[in-house]
Write a protein that binds this ligand. Sequence first.
Ligand code: FAD
Length: 492
Amino acid sequence: MSPIAYKLWSVRCSLVAFQKMAFSAQQPSTALTKLKETLSGEVVCPGDEGYDYGIARWSDNCVKQAGYVVFPKNNEDVVQAVKFARGQSLELAIYGGGHSYSGSSSTQGGVVIHLGKYINYARCDPEKCLLYVGGGATWEIVEKVGMEHGLATVAGNVNHTGVGGLALGGGYGWLTGRHGMTVDNTVQFTVVLASGEVVTANEAENPDLFWGCRGGGSNFGVVTEFVFKAHPQRPTVFVTLLIYAIDKLESLLNTIEDWYGPDEGLHWGCMRVFPGMEPGKLTLIVMYFYNGDAVEGRKAAKKLYDIGPIAEKAMEDLPFVKLNTLNNEMAAHGGRKYVKGLKTRFRSVVPGPGGIVQFHPGVVYLGVWVGFLAQAGVVGVSFGGAGFGWGGTGTEGIIFQFYTDPALDDSVQSQVRAWAQTVSEKTPVAFKAGKGSESYGVGYANFDPDAAASDPARVFGPNYNRLREVKRKYDPENVWNRWYPIEPTEGV
Ligand SMILES: Cc1cc2nc3c(=O)[nH]c(=O)nc-3n(C[C@H](O)[C@H](O)[C@H](O)COP(=O)(O)OP(=O)(O)OC[C@H]3O[C@@H](n4cnc5c(N)ncnc54)[C@H](O)[C@@H]3O)c2cc1C
């Protein structure tokens, strides 16, 4: 090592040592007693009342036995939880809504900062068209509070999903075609850093952190409050569910490729288990959304009707606040799930017999589900403007199996992975991502069950180096490392 490099290295070591000293090491029981005295909220340990609630997750295979679960009521509580964990050298995990596919909001033996119990509010400023949202809120409350004023922001498609993970990782929903991604609509974050400092990040204050949090996920700290732009939203919308014979898949794909407009959205899926259909029989389903009335909606969806669905369930004047409840039952909490994101348009994949992962009677649901959105909405700030690194294709896909028996864990995972690989190989990512950018990466970051083990350089593409700089500034010791862990750049 050269003398200069050595000097830099030793300065960095002294700094790290100094930061560690700031979190005084104490006996666990003394530290816990002190934490309990300081908190306005609560901390629970295995066996305590509320512990099971604190470690429960959307998918049972993401449950881990935390050493401590802290339920903070305010920023100061979060600061105390961070100091406690770091003082004991314990791993930290942040719970927003508990829907991560990879278990990144859980920890084995460490400390969970559970924002969902108390920091779960939404408040609307109708004059400024802003929504102030607690870091542990779900989209349900955001939509309810916004629509009391005829306003909405870009939420996910299932309203019990947490705001936290979805908004930090990108976020798309039915309104994306019109208003962009959730990250396009985020104007401010309040963040508790690993140092214990509480900072605001927006265009003017800490703009580098603001940029990083819009897509860089939970890499920089605990976001205790999000502020979102809200847009005027009509109270009712048109949604229809269309069922087709599987031999219509090619016609469907030809039809939907490029036609949908900014007020439309479409999901299609092939499922081997679908409510009301014979288990194991492949069913082709389309869910079509139109942000307008039924007459206009049916006109806009004419091409879908022309393909010849065998059944339809239309919701003509669906209250907007009900829109993101439609999949709640199918995507209910509990049971075991393996969901793998795919970066593909599924163009060449016509799932014949055996084409979709094999049906097993112990499986509750299995299939593929693909969302189509107006591409313009997806590439808003995605390239260069924020940490978001999905690739902005306007299409996201997942392949999934929901089941209950832990004995199926291995076979489910290997089947889903193998099928995902087949799909990727059959459909190389050859299309342009927009704005001149080549497509890259591994799919939508929030859909990766193997996030912690994935290569963040692939996920974040050209934004990665800048994200590493932001990481060095705000989390130089990589304390927040449970999602795609961005490696801080070297040096001081
Ligand atoms: C049923 C279902 C439907 C979905 N639909 C959509 C969809 O329509 N659109 C879409 O974009 N995505 C969708 N997703 C994916 C979703 O974005 C991710 O699962 C996301 O991680 C969920 O966030 P969460 O807060 O509920 O999860 P958590 O498991 O609580 O958190 C996920 C990650 O974010 C971190 N995190 C959470 N909150 C905070 C915070 N306040 N501060 C710092 N870090 C935090 C956690 O530490 C963890 O690493 C869906 C997922 C499910 C299960």
